[in-house]
Design a protein around this ligand. Structure first.
Ligand SMILES: C[S@@+](CC[C@H](N)C(=O)[O-])C[C@H]1O[C@@H](n2cnc3c(N)ncnc32)[C@H](O)[C@@H]1O
Length: 196
């Protein structure tokens, strides 16, 4: 299945050609919350496509790793980072997220725009450093027909309930969430007072 996806996305990206630097913008859903987006640290962009979000974050000051199953998308993302003058803060790898997240240390931000795989939710939460920001946006069944890649009503808030919610929304076939990992996990044995 993933290989079919790869071929399909490769063809799409090949026909589109590399992105232009002047198209670089924050993802729309994140625009009202730019004040919570870090300006330093490490970020992970899951299913990064041509690297719009990743390169935008690198220009903001973060060191970013983007992964995508499409080698053509990854080639375009690398080119965009070079054209944008931030290639030293970007790393792009072809990676199949069907195999889970790429291994690595905790990060200060995870962005996942227009891609949804529920199987990754626990690993995404786990990968956030304390206080790390999660920004996800995907297709939704709210205001659209049900579909395999669409989040069900309330799915994102439920999936990421462990995080401190900053904002969320769903409608017109789209769902998004911005949330922060707790600095000290509540109800965890580590944060409970020790018995003497
Ligand atoms: C709708 S595009 C979004 C791309 C990018 N995040 C953006 O907003 O421009 C979905 C992306 O998911 C990638 N993708 C699909 N299946 C994948 C998988 N199993 N592992 C990694 N990436 C995958 C595709 O190659 C494609 O780039």
């Amino acid at each position: 299945m993933a290989q079919d996806d790869r071929r399909r996305w490769d063809e799409k990206y090949r026909s589109r050609g590399p992105a232009a630097v002047d198209t670089l913008q924050p993802p729309d859903f994140l625009r009202p919350y730019l004040d919570v987006v870090p300006r330093a640290g490490h970020a992970l962009d899951l299913a990064c496509g041509q690297g719009f979000a990743a390169v935008w974050l690198a220009r903001r000051g973060l060191s970013v790793r983007g992964v995508d199953i499409s080698p053509v998308a990854i080639e375009h993302a690398r080119a965009l980072s070079v054209l944008s003058g931030v290639s030293e803060r970007c790393r792009f790898d072809t990676f199949d997220l069907d195999d889970g997240l790429p291994p690595g240390p905790p990060v200060d931000m995870i962005v996942c725009h227009q891609f949804r795989d529920r199987r990754l939710d626990a690993a995404v939460i786990e990968r956030l450093a304390p206080g790390g920001l999660l920004a996800v946006c995907c297709m939704s069944e709210v205001g659209a027909d049900p579909g395999r890649f669409r989040a069900k009503p309330g799915e994102l808030t439920e999936a990421f309930a462990e995080l401190d919610l900053i904002a969320t929304g769903e409608g017109e076939g789209s769902a998004w969430l911005v949330a922060r990992a707790r600095s000290s996990p509540r109800n965890s044995p580590r944060s409970s007072p020790r018995k003497q």
